[in-house]
Design a protein around this ligand. Structure first.
Ligand SMILES: CC(C)(COP(=O)(O)OP(=O)(O)OC[C@H]1O[C@@H](n2cnc3c(N)ncnc32)[C@H](O)[C@@H]1OP(=O)(O)O)[C@@H](O)C(=O)NCCC(=O)NCCS
Length: 176
């Protein structure tokens, strides 16, 4: 499974990635609109263990993949594609980048690679939820061809408060 674009590639996480993951996952600005974080060191080590364990599961339903910058080889973020238990041909996608890498089109490249992965896995659709205030992520989702389909009231309980979400979906073109 080759997932490479102009500036980044996606690959499996390994234990050596923990410091890089912790660097972005412990940043309050990065996790502001996310349902997890900011991480303590223990959260980041647990995340890596879970990512490695789920990569080895059969059938595999969770694809937690590191975002690696091509130029430097550094882990600069993470992506997730999670097949839905109710319909394994449908998956939820997500992405996160270290703050110093924002605004260079990398979020769009990461989301594009997740759509490519979805096609390689022969999924028929993907969905994503996003905080209504997360303008950058909404831009990324729309640019990658996802359509806004609904407003979810009090969808998630995060850090002591209920939050709304925007729901986006798109069909995945079938590979020949
Ligand atoms: C969301 C995130 C991945 C976006 O990544 P990015 O690499 O900065 O985004 P891109 O550079 O690909 O930009 C995509 C679009 O969003 C726009 N954009 C980026 N940041 C923006 C901001 N703060 N406000 C408004 N628009 C913004 C860009 O201009 C671009 O639009 P354009 O192509 O029409 O000019 C990044 O901000 C991030 O990691 N945030 C924290 C984690 C997160 O929120 N993940 C998403 C959870 S749903």
């Amino acid at each position: 499974m080759k997932l490479t674009s102009k500036q980044i590639k996606l690959r499996e996480f390994n234990p050596g990635d923990t410091p890089s993951v912790h660097a972005y996952a412990s940043d309050e600005q990065v996790t502001r609109y996310l349902i997890w974080g900011p991480n303590r060191w223990h959260d980041s080590t647990q995340f890596i263990s879970r990512a490695i364990a789920t990569a080895a599961a059969t059938p595999r339903v969770n694809y937690e993949l590191a975002i690696v910058e091509n130029a430097s080889g550094l882990v600069i973020g993470g992506t997730r594609l999670r097949l839905m238990a109710s319909d394994p041909k449908n998956a939820q996608l997500g992405y996160v980048l270290a703050r110093s890498y924002w605004g260079r089109g990398l979020g769009f490249e990461a989301a594009t690679l997740l759509v490519q992965l979805s096609a390689q896995l022969h999924l028929h659709s993907v969905s994503a939820t996003c905080d209504p205030n997360n303008i950058a992520s909404q831009r990324v989702l729309k640019k990658v061809g996802m359509q806004y389909v609904g407003y979810l009231n009090c969808d998630v309980y995060v850090r002591g408060q209920w939050r709304d979400s925007l729901l986006f979906t798109r069909k995945i073109p079938q590979l020949a």
